[in-house]
Design a protein around this ligand. Structure first.
Ligand code: HEC
Length: 117
């Protein structure tokens, strides 16, 4: 009896937290598509992707969504400060919580990131 309710509780907790991750990832993707995609989409018509391709010469992918080395602090820095033709974004455009979701989306590995602080 106790065991069953513990199982139910655990299932509830798990699906809740998984749902939260999925939701945040979806929000991060949305923020990316709205503000970053016009310059950082995948392909050869995006100025940000082209600039990063030219800078890294194949060492890392030009498209941000293909990168696996984007630390949240780095993304936050560029989003709030901008670089060359990339504008900085105000909190009225991208709020702190949207920026959090965006960095998680670009980091790709929320579970791993949580496991190793
Ligand atoms: C107007 C075009 C434009 C927009 C919009 C834009 N960027 Fe950029 N971004 C660039 C360009 C161009 C560079 C490369 C600048 C350079 O190094 O000369 C860049 C560089 C970066 C870098 C640095 C990557 C590295 O390895 O040095 C990050 C991170 C980044 N952008 C994230 C974002 C995010 C996240 C958004 C959306 C919130 C965004 N950018 C929106 C044009 C843009």
């Amino acid at each position: 009896m106790k065991f069953t309710s513990a199982l139910i509780l655990a299932g509830f907790y798990l699906s809740n937290s998984l749902g939260a991750w999925a939701g945040e990832d979806a929000q991060g993707k949305q923020v990316f598509e709205k503000w970053c995609m016009p310059c950082h989409g995948k392909g050869t018509e995006y100025p940000g992707t082209l600039a990063l391709d030219a800078r890294y010469k194949g060492a890392v992918p030009g498209a941000l969504e293909d990168r696996t080395d984007l630390a949240p602090a780095l993304v936050q820095y560029f989003v709030r400060n901008g670089i060359s033709v990339m504008p900085f974004f105000r909190k009225t455009e991208i709020s702190d919580s949207e920026l959090d979701a965006l960095t998680r989306y670009l980091q790709k590995q929320p579970a791993q990131a949580a496991a190793q602080p």
